[in-house]
Design a protein around this ligand. Structure first.
Ligand code: DX5
Ligand code: ZN
Length: 218
């Protein structure tokens, strides 16, 4: 089984010790920093915005994987490129012209991701898959950390994997929400390439070890 990329979600970090927690991720086997941006409209919660991401960027040594849970994300694509996002994911449900948004993300020099809510079928991405670097399959309803994993996600990953293989594209499958040491191996064998984990990393006694275990290294 291939080793998944691990993207710890800083939403579950201690914001009073953000530099310490970013450095923990730097020194771990994690691959990306996952950054959740919530606007209180697309999702019922508000997280953090540009000044905090700039502070994270100052200390982060790994790519920033920015997950926008905001309405009309086109307004901020260039801003997120300017503050150092490497992967920028917009929500399928928040984009009227998804293809245009993907082009704008690429034109700004970032990898383009599309996140889909639990109610959105993967088949809705059939006509844009070639333009998507990463599909973020939400395995909880977005807005909060620490929620319970939705079981139907396995089916969506399997279906998405075969769509990607059929089209011979290199799109990565990311799973976000309720990822734990228990479900991680099953997600990877279903076809997940990137695991996002908030509470199962930052809530662990030893977050560095939790990251290593999620990556499949005993
Ligand atoms: C949820 C966010 C997730 C969240 C995951 O809306 O997109 O990235 O931080 O947190 P856990 O791993 O605790 O479910
Ligand atoms: Zn996220």
């Amino acid at each position: 089984m291939h080793r998944p990329l691990i993207a710890p979600s800083l939403l579950a970090a201690d914001f009073g010790n953000l530099q310490r927690d970013v450095e923990m991720v730097n020194h771990s086997v994690a691959d990306w920093h996952h950054i959740d941006v919530m606007d209180g409209l697309f999702v019922p919660n508000i997280s953090y915005g540009m000044p905090v991401i700039k502070a994270i960027k100052k200390h982060a040594t790994k790519p920033l994987d920015v997950h926008l849970m905001i309405v009309d994300p086109d307004r901020y694509i260039q801003t997120f490129a300017d503050i150092g996002a490497d992967v920028l994911s917009v929500h399928y449900e928040a984009c009227t012209h998804l293809h245009r948004s993907l082009q704008a993300i690429h034109a700004a020099g970032m990898k383009a991701g599309v996140a889909i809510n639990p109610h959105t079928p993967v088949s809705f991405l059939a006509d844009t898959l070639e333009n998507i670097d990463l599909v973020c399959v939400m395995s909880v309803n977005p807005g909060f950390g620490g929620q319970r994993f939705i079981q139907n996600t396995y089916r969506k990953i399997t279906e998405l994997k075969s769509m990607i293989e059929e089209r011979k594209c290199s799109t990565l499958i990311e799973v976000d929400g309720g990822v734990t040491l228990e479900n991680a191996p099953k997600l990877v064998s279903a076809g997940a390439d990137v695991l996002v984990a908030g509470s199962s990393v930052f809530g662990a006694d030893n977050p560095t070890d939790a990251i290593r275990l999620l990556a499949g290294n005993q």
